[in-house]
Design a protein around this ligand. Structure first.
Ligand code: IMP
Ligand code: MG
Length: 199
């Protein structure tokens, strides 16, 4: 199938654009300024711990705007088995492989939904005795987060809809779409919870 036809079929899956690539780029620049301001006081730099795979596009853009010394490490959890939009149990599928003792750590993730993932990452990290742990998320769904987890840096507060694109997936697809979009409800056929939310 020609390239333009593939793009057209993906485009046809999209119900609406929630946040455009231009808006994302502008906000990532602002977030980077805030983060640089906070970490400029540490000449030794920081360790960025990012969560696979949803944060990869955000991470790639963000780090190129940060004029700081840094090491980057990745962790991975599996919580959305197959075509699901409701999280199941958190299983660590890629453990942290870096020493963070006495280092300043910034955890970067795509979205704060229930907060289970970030809470788990932060509590695992704290046991490794870092100098500090802060968190940065591109998106937050206010009202969904369990407990009182407050990220240090937030890109956008969004409504309670399932979003894909810019790294976020549904059934491991759509991560490469450059905007943050909402898919047509009929695509979530295998997931009744998502149909409820989308209708
Ligand atoms: P939480 O643990 O419930 O805060 O969410 C953890 C992970 O679920 C996020 O890092 C995302 O990878 C995924 N997630 C949550 N909401 C969405 C969404 O609207 N679209 C795509 N992935 C999501
Ligand atoms: Mg994630």
């Amino acid at each position: 199938m020609p390239r333009t036809d593939i793009i057209a079929t993906m485009q046809a899956d999209i119900e609406r654009v929630l946040i455009s690539r231009r808006q994302i780029a502008a906000r990532v620049g602002e977030l980077a300024d805030q983060i640089s301001g906070r970490y400029a006081q540490y000449p030794e730099g920081l360790v960025i711990v990012s969560v696979l795979a949803g944060a990869m596009v955000f991470l790639a853009d963000l780090i190129r705007h940060l004029p700081l010394r840094m090491r980057i490490a990745l962790v991975g959890f599996s919580s959305y088995p197959g075509p699901a939009t409701e999280a199941g149990d958190l299983t660590c599928v890629c453990p942290l492989d870096i020493d963070v003792e006495r280092r300043h750590v910034l955890v970067v993730d795509d979205i704060l939904d229930t907060g289970r993932t970030l809470r788990r990452v932060v509590s695992d990290l704290r046991r490794m005795k870092p100098a500090s742990v802060r968190t940065c998320v591109l998106l937050r769904k206010p009202g969904k987060t369990e407990g009182d987890f407050e990220p240090d840096f937030v890109g956008f507060d969004i409504e309670d809809v399932f979003v894909v694109g810019y790294g976020l997936d549904y059934d491991d697809q759509y991560r490469n779409w450059p905007d943050l979009v909402v898919l047509k409800p009929e695509l979530y056929g295998a997931s009744p919870a998502a149909c409820d939310r989308a209708s």
